[in-house]
Write a protein that binds this ligand. Structure first.
Ligand SMILES: Nc1ncnc2c1ncn2[C@@H]1O[C@H](COP(=O)(O)OP(=O)(O)OP(=O)(O)O)[C@@H](O)[C@H]1O
Ligand SMILES: [Mg+2]
Length: 301
């Protein structure tokens, strides 16, 4: 793990997606989550792992009320998310944001960078014109995208750059926590490191809390302070990262951990340079030089 443990529970969020029934058809609804609850400290990363269909993304979406369950309850810091009026919901969405696996589909293909990153600034802060542009440019610089890209469309960017843009858009509301749903799963391994570095830097700078959803247990082990293991809509085990991996208690967690490939059994030569996607505007890799590169080296062997 490369990020320091956050300090105590200051500013902790209590998140209780609880039970939720969802339906695709009007006639049937399925219980998708059950008694899911966790707290999230300022600056903390909670990893959520579990097999496909376990309910990981549903938890993230419920918390931000991106989906409305047919039945159940969702609480955030003691407030019933499902009962929130428009104004309260808007303020929740300022405090909490989401980043998805596929940045291309999370950005409107018809909007330029200026519009995509500027839109939430107009909606939430009423910014327009030059004032809005100044803020957009500052955010772009922060995520490693040059100012002269302002009038470009999503199709003109690489996957890594698009994820940087999605992060810039998420930062517009100055959120306290971000649900990162498989944020690097679609990226080339070397680009994954750059995007993760950016997320880690932002966490340190802003005290951001992350819910980091991933199938990649090695990645979660590396990034998360605590891990929740989901199985069939429930959190079957939640503990400090070290405990989850070194001393798993639940049989499902034991199975997951046992299935992680042991890097010591892999080829020792990691000199092979990975296919680096052109991402010339990458921010300097503050964490990458040793730990992250070594980590990805292990992963790609
Ligand atoms: N709107 C919905 N209506 C009914 N069922 C749903 C709905 N959305 C998701 N589900 C079901 O809820 C379960 C959990 O889905 P979810 O997408 O949260 O899983 P996940 O853990 O994120 O999986 P993956 O690792 O594949 O992304 C699945 O069985 C899914 O089919
Ligand atoms: Mg998912």
């Amino acid at each position: 793990m490369i990020n320091d443990r956050p300090t105590g529970g200051f500013g902790a969020h209590e998140v209780l997606p609880g039970k939720a029934k969802l339906s695709r058809k009007a006639t049937e609804s399925t219980q998708v989550t059950n008694n899911v609850s966790f707290t999230l400290a300022r600056g903390e990363t909670l990893g959520i792992v579990g097999e496909t269909g376990a309910g990981k993304s549903t938890v993230g979406r419920l918390v931000l009320r991106m989906i409305d369950p047919d039945a159940g309850s969702v609480h955030f810091n003691g407030n019933d998310v499902l009962a929130m009026d428009k104004k309260t919901l808007r303020s929740l969405r300022q405090r909490a944001q989401m980043i998805f696996q596929d940045p291309f589909s999370s950005l409107d293909p018809h909007m330029t960078v200026r519009e995509a990153v500027g839109e939430p600034l107009t909606i939430h802060q009423g910014l327009k014109g030059e004032e809005r542009d100044t803020k957009v440019i500052a955010l772009l610089q922060r995520v490693g995208i040059r100012e002269d890209q302002l009038n470009k469309y999503p199709r003109e960017f690489s996957g890594g750059q698009l994820q940087r843009l999605a992060i810039a858009r998420a930062l517009t509301t100055d959120p306290e926590f971000i649900v990162c749903d498989e944020p690097v799963a679609a990226l080339d391994v070397s680009i994954q490191a750059q995007v993760l570095n950016l997320l880690l830097d932002l966490q340190r700078e802003r005290g951001l809390a992350y819910i980091f959803i991933s199938h990649d247990l090695s990645l979660v082990r590396f990034l998360a302070h605590r891990v929740a293991v989901m199985y069939k809509g429930e959190i079957v085990e939640m503990n400090d990262t070290e405990e989850i991996f070194d001393n798993p208690q639940h049989p499902y967690t034991q199975k997951l951990v046992a299935a992680i490939p042991d890097p010591r059994n892999r080829e020792p030569d990691c000199a092979r340079s990975p296919n680096v996607e052109p991402d010339s505007q990458a921010t300097p890799l503050r964490y990458s030089s040793s730990s992250i590169r070594e980590f990805f080296c292990l992963l790609t062997r």
